[in-house]
Write a protein that binds this ligand. Structure first.
Ligand SMILES: [Ca+2]
Ligand SMILES: [Ca+2]
Length: 303
């Protein structure tokens, strides 16, 4: 049986063994916006004298400045103190995402040592937003029948917004939209050149004053080059666009976020989904995975 705090302080005969400072558990959960998250640190041992540890947060799938605010500092345990707290600000947003996590790490123990297995802990941030956005949250929470009543364009726009703000998608999308206009420009150029070639260059009854160069042959050669040279630029762009892979990244974003969402379901929730449904949802659709809170099995916990 563990001795009381007073017993431990009143036993001078106890051999000098450094106190242990560690987290109370390996995993903490925080709901988006439920801030600050309080993380408990405990000190085990004689509690004699003063000891201290430093702490800091480390990014993982949750990034500081986005899902949470980074923090660091020093915890000083005075004589007899056996508990401290760390407060971490958890941010809230309106963007759907899977659960993300970051780490809090203890370092630099002074007059104590760190617990072997609990010198760092993970913090899992549970997303509280509807897919693909909160604009249609009410209908989405009512279930599949209500979802079908949502305007298709509005739903698409919400998905586009979600996809656009995902990592690396904004500049790729803008670049693709802008540079794809080169094909429209080339089409316009060829239409103008065809008209000019037929109506002016090849029609010898037309006055030479309308030629861009004094010689008709030279005009034809220049027009021919203007047909061919832009094609090489368009080809280079098409080749580079393959590496941007906007379509592939969109699919990957949905598949990875859905899979991570599924892995964070409680056992009761995972039992609700047949493996065939999961495979189908990951491969072609995702609507089945987004259950509303009202559909949660009794006594289960969505994590
Ligand atoms: Ca939120
Ligand atoms: Ca969110």
């Amino acid at each position: 049986m563990m001795n009381s705090k007073a017993d431990r302080l009143d036993r001078p005969d106890r051999p000098i063994v450094p106190d242990i400072v560690q987290f109370c558990c390996q995993l903490y959960f925080a709901q988006e916006g439920e801030s600050p998250l309080v993380i408990d640190i405990m000190r085990l041992g004689s509690l004699k004298g003063r000891c201290s540890v430093k702490y800091h947060t480390e990014d993982a799938s949750a990034l500081s400045g986005r899902e949470f605010e980074a923090c660091s500092g020093e915890l000083i345990f005075e004589h007899g103190e056996d508990a401290k707290e760390i407060s971490v600000v958890i941010n809230d947003d309106d963007n759907w995402s899977p659960s993300t996590e970051f780490r809090v790490v203890l370092t630099h123990p002074q007059n104590c040592k760190l617990g072997q297995d609990l010198q760092q802990c993970r913090v899992k941030i549970i997303d509280d937003d509807a897919f693909p956005g909160n604009k249609h949250r009410e209908e989405i929470e009512k279930g599949e029948d209500a979802i079908w009543n949502i305007s298709g364009f509005s739903l698409f726009w919400e998905f586009f917004r979600l996809n656009f703000i995902s990592e690396g998608m904004a500049w790729r999308t803008v670049l693709t939209i802008c540079f794809d206009q080169m094909k429209n420009g080339y089409l316009m150029l060829t239409l103008v050149m065809k008209t000019y070639l037929i109506n002016v260059v090849l029609d010898t009854s037309v006055s030479n004053e309308r030629l861009i160069f004094p010689d008709r042959r030279l005009c034809a050669i220049v027009i021919g080059m203007l047909y061919i040279l832009p094609l090489s630029i368009l080809h280079v762009w098409d080749y580079y666009k393959l590496s941007l892979d906007v379509q592939g990244r969109t699919k990957m974003f949905i598949q990875t976020t859905l899979f991570r969402k599924y892995l964070n379901y409680s056992e009761a929730w995972q039992k609700l989904l047949r493996s065939s449904d999961t495979t189908w949802a990951l491969g072609s659709s995702w609507i089945k995975l987004q259950y509303s809170p009202g559909q949660m099995p009794k006594g289960s916990k969505k994590i």
